[in-house]
Design a protein around this ligand. Structure first.
Ligand code: PGA
Length: 234
């Protein structure tokens, strides 16, 4: 139909994304909404566990997360790398060291995401594999609050590299070069197989698949340079 022609799509799109993806998805929505001004978007940002609840209750059209569920019938597509890095205040003594042994992290006060966070689960898994027992000083459910706490000298943490999207590794926070890091993962866009995607959701899915990486790389590539600088330091 005429309404489905490129540039004339109408309707609403409901997205739910994990907290780390909020640093990237709004940026991707900019060009998408310009191209399809008739599409209204709603974006929910929450942690992994809450997102799975939304999926279970069929609340949204598309979901973006790092660990697709295995017990639900879904279609999934990996569209972007999501490296997790160790972050410390810029005056931290480890900032200038390279290849820091992972065990060394046990001596530092650690700031951890809340239960239900997949960032937390991933960090706990890696620490358990290497017998590292982190000294958790503070638990926070916001990546932004964790960044502020790091800058404030409360401890170190592990967050998605994307949480640095706007400021890069600033003069307040630095990426530490620790062995077994970055933890490599991907974001997947998923949807319930049982739910027929709307034309609008299909359009956004195609957009993510075809153009997502290229647009997101505009902010990710400079960050990856920060990551390499961290491993070159000292
Ligand atoms: P989180 O999700 O907000 O639950 O930590 C991050 C992720 O799944 O990559």
């Amino acid at each position: 139909t005429v309404a489905n022609m490129k540039g004339m799509k109408q309707g609403s799109l409901s997205l739910a994304v994990v907290t780390t993806a909020k640093y990237v998805i709004p940026r991707l929505l900019g060009p998408f909404c310009q191209r399809f001004p008739g599409i209204d978007v709603s974006l929910k940002v929450t942690n992994h566990e809450r997102l799975l609840e939304r999926l279970g209750n069929n609340k949204d059209d598309l979901y973006i997360l790092s660990k697709p569920p295995t017990n639900t019938d879904i279609s999934s597509y990996p569209f972007l790398e999501n490296p997790l890095v160790v972050l410390a205040p810029s005056n931290h003594p480890l900032v200038n060291e390279s290849n820091i042994p992972i065990e060394r992290l046990a001596q530092e006060p650690f700031i951890m995401r809340e239960p239900g966070s997949n960032t937390r689960r991933t960090v706990e898994k890696l620490f358990a594999e290497h017998d590292v027992s982190a000294q958790i000083r503070l638990e926070l459910s916001s990546n932004e609050a964790i960044k502020q706490a790091i800058a404030g000298g409360l401890g170190i943490s592990v967050l998605s590299l994307h949480t640095l999207a706007l400021e890069g590794a600033s003069n307040q926070i630095k990426i530490l070069d620790v062995e077994h890091f970055p933890i490599m993962s991907h974001w997947y866009v998923i949807n319930l197989s049982s739910k027929q995607l709307s034309v609008v959701a299909e359009t956004f899915l195609d957009y993510l698949k075809n153009e997502g990486k290229e647009i997101a790389d505009q902010s990710v590539v400079p960050l990856q340079k920060n990551m390499k600088d961290a491993s070159k330091a000292a």
